[in-house]
Design a protein around this ligand. Structure first.
Ligand code: LLP
Length: 463
């Protein structure tokens, strides 16, 4: 069905948002809203979220997980990882789709609470939580605090005692499973700051994870809900989740043997990979659901323990592909390359944003796809590089993409799959204000986050 006011068009397909279509005039619409009209009314750069796609992704994951674990007779629960992109509008969408919210800072926690999310459906992470974060979490009675160290077991128990409350706690563990798109976003291996290892440092000793679980059980101010493992991000092979699930289940059985306490829940974190480029295939919800459900069931059988309830914390796979960034092209410059380069000439296409609104290419070498979205072109394609307007040569948004040779100043260009870790990791480098975020759905535009202005930046400057 075509949204009111939108021209019918051809679906763009992967990696564009699900409702993205291109009209005969070459103008792309998302959520029934023409990107040309959006650029005119909202300005560029602009983050655009396809609300139908984002909600649909949350719903599809929830359905797949619920179905796969229901087959084993247990419940699966989802928490949207707010670090991917959180604002109050998104927190409400996720709540309406039946997800809780996973937060990792005072800002994320306060945003979720201020959106009216039921505190019981909020989790708090962090390897170095502040007193203010712990106090807010406990005084609001949030559903789960994920403890990340032995020190924190004591800190949270003391804070709960002082507030006369009991903290619902999970323990974050590392399983040795190494998975993910980049070393910086792989968190299951053991040489890093998160969690406690399930492996003993020396033979015959308790593992740091087991020791911390026993310490939690020793503190009456803490209610131990379960064990948490997040192995990394942008993972395309479900085998890592299955391997981590087995390790966590083994630890759960070990704890039960030592203490008699069989914890009720296992959280397998987020990290489900998405397609960033045409031709790539995302890790489908049904595959993750099936593989993790059978790994948990198998481990339960092997260890002779009852099945736990399972939870997940997806961020990227819900927000990423639903979002794009819309830019206006400025300077276009052909650069001749030395002999032996991959192409003889590269067309440098400068846009009105850059590494300030998308740091991922510079930080992780992440690859993106871009297209002109405001017109058709019969010009041949040339090898182009989409670059920003910041003062460094590493300010590259798309390393390699084929664009029409007649790309020129004033053209509209969109970069796909920027909905996760785009706005949430944006900076004001070079004192460039951060772009706003709008949601589009059924021909309607809903502003989610206001565009920052130079006046906003100056307001922080005390002169
Ligand atoms: N749960 C925990 C405990 C996490 O640390 C993370 C991500 C998630 C869930 C959500 O993971 P996701 O489903 O979004 O992959 N800035 C990096 C990604 C860092 C992810 C950090 N933790 C990037 O832009 O690729």
């Amino acid at each position: 069905m075509v949204a009111p006011g939108a021209a019918a068009g051809t679906p763009l397909g992967t990696p564009w948002p699900r409702t993205a279509t291109r009209g005969a005039d070459g103008v792309v619409s998302v959520g029934g809203v023409s990107l040309h009209d959006l650029a005119t009314t909202q300005g560029t750069p602009l983050y655009v979220v396809d609300e139908t796609d984002m909600r649909g992704r949350a719903a599809a994951l929830r359905t797949a997980m619920t179905a796969a674990f229901a087959e084993q007779g247990v419940e699966a629960e989802l928490f949207y990882a707010g670090k991917a992109f959180l604002c109050r509008g998104v927190a409400r969408w996720m709540t309406e789709e039946g997800l809780g919210i996973d937060t990792a800072s005072l800002g994320e926690l306060t945003t979720a609470l201020s959106a009216g999310v039921d505190p019981a459906r909020i989790g708090l992470h962090g390897n170095n939580k502040s007193d203010a974060e712990i106090e807010l979490a406990l005084s609001e009675g949030i559903g789960r605090i994920v403890l990340d160290s032995l020190v924190e077991v004591g800190r949270v128990a003391d804070a709960a005692a002082a507030l006369g409350t009991r903290a619902r706690a999970m323990l974050r563990v590392t399983t040795g499973v190494h998975a993910g798109g980049h070393e910086y976003i792989s968190t299951g291996h053991e040489d890093q700051k998160f969690g406690l290892s399930v492996h003993p440092a020396r033979a015959g000793e308790d593992s740091p994870a087991l020791a911390a679980l026993l310490a939690i059980l020793d503190r009456p101010e803490l209610e131990l809900l379960g064990i948490h493992s997040h192995i990394g991000s942008q993972i395309l092979d479900p085998a890592g989740f299955a391997a981590a699930a087995s390790e966590v289940m083994r630890l759960r059985a070990e704890l039960a043997e030592r203490s008699g306490a069989l914890v009720g829940e296992v959280d397998l974190g987020g990290g489900f990979g998405v397609a960033y480029l045409p031709g790539e295939v995302e890790l489908e919800p049904e595959r993750i659901a099936k593989e993790t459900a059978s790994a948990v069931a198998e481990a339960a059988a092997t260890t002779g323990t009852a099945l736990p309830q399972v939870s997940f914390e997806p961020g990227r796979s819900i927000a990423g592909p639903a979002g794009i960034t819309l830019y206006t092209v400025g300077t276009v410059k052909p650069v001749r390359l030395p002999e032996g380069s991959d192409v003889a000439e590269r067309l440098y296409v400068s846009i009105d944003g850059g590494m300030g609104d998308n740091i991922r290419p510079a930080l992780y070498g992440a690859a993106y796809h871009a297209e002109l979205v405001g017109r058709t072109s019969a010009a041949p394609l040339v090898r182009a590089r989409v670059v920003g307007k910041h003062c460094e040569s590493g300010d590259i948004v798309v390393h390699d993409v084929d664009l029409p040779a007649d790309v020129h100043a004033g053209d509209l260009l969109a970069v796909a799959v920027t909905g996760a870790y785009g706005r949430s990791m944006a900076s004001t480098y070079n004192l460039l204000p951060r772009p706003g975020v709008v949601a589009v759905r059924a021909g309607k535009v809903t502003p989610l986050v206001r565009r920052e202005t130079v006046a906003d930046l100056l307001a922080l400057d005390l002169g």
